[in-house]
Write a protein that binds this ligand. Sequence first.
Ligand SMILES: Nc1nc2c(ncn2[C@@H]2O[C@H](COP(=O)(O)OP(=O)(O)O)[C@@H](O)[C@H]2O)c(=O)[nH]1
Ligand SMILES: [Mg+2]
Length: 354
Amino acid sequence: MRLRTIHGRSVADALRRVQQELGPNALVLETHDGAGGAEVVAADVEREEPAEGLMRLRAELALLRREMRQAAPAPAEAGAGPLPAVLPRLAKVAERLLDQDLAAELLERVLKVLRAAPEQEGDPIDPAKSDLCRTALAGLIPGTGPSAARKARCHAFVGPPGAGKSTTIAKLAEQSRRAGDSSFGVITLDADRPGSGEILASCAERLAIPYRAVRGPEDLLHAVDSLGKLTTLLVDTAGLGFRENASLAALRERLNLPHQLVAYLVLPASMEARALRASVRAFLPFAPAGLVFTKVDEAERLGCLVNLPAELGLPVAALGHGRLLSGDLARSSRNLIADLVLGRRSSSMEPAAR
Ligand SMILES: Nc1nc2c(ncn2[C@@H]2O[C@H](COP(=O)(O)OP(=O)(O)O)[C@@H](O)[C@H]2O)c(=O)[nH]1
Ligand SMILES: [Mg+2]
């Protein structure tokens, strides 16, 4: 960000010059109007520079594309061009994954695997068709494996406000009921805000699911004990922003039921990358057993579905991809995530047209 002082005959005139010189996103910080004319202090808000690795890859890609255009060898001469044949082969994959905002170091790992791809993977390798590409990308995502999470009775869903925690629980309740499961109940700790418990209260009533709203300082353990016969309890919580330190600490305290409760961090895939990271940092002290990504249908770029699990070493438990309680929740798998990121499936979970 650069600060500039720009003069004009009047404030309006100086502002016009600010627009001309610093562009439409300029941030006006101060204006002064005096007998001798006006003065405006403004900042040009530049886009934040991508990480160095990413910039290097982008530059490499641009170079590759240019050289591919220039070389474009006739079929008989294929391979005789100035570039090692393997690099242009990877350009389409790199382009797709960069476009989805896959982290630079993860992209490099995928490309490393693909460098040794057998001929039948195609040239260039098509990200939406290559099975090796799918395997390489899926391999970056931690699997669920045997975990203590499966044994815990309470599954709490934490995350930022509006992430889709209550909706995810309602979807899980719908799915479980449809599968004939009657061994679960729902508890909400988000019963104090007006209207907050409505989705779950009405869902529980419609499906005849045992439901408890724990208010104020009431004890979660008390509600858990009162649902003694049920083997799985889905616990909804109030959404918290990453700056709400006191509320985050208080919620952590409320959820402190060792061996009985595991937390899942619910994150909207559509959330801006830096806001996502801030939220992740705020909720890491909850030691989540896994992530749930929601709003996959609204996300423009899906790299976060791989970046965050890989960085945190956490599996993805489920993917929300719409508002419909009866259908829009998919049990996550590494291949499903890879398919979404590679464009083999659309974010409405339909297989992409080939
Ligand atoms: N498009 C879309 N909307 C969703 C999804 N999950 C939740 N929502 C919507 O997001 C809003 C907030 O959801 P809610 O469950 O109340 O969020 P909470 O504050 O985390 O409990 C509601 O309007 C939901 O319908 C999803 O996967 N896709
Ligand atoms: Mg809610």
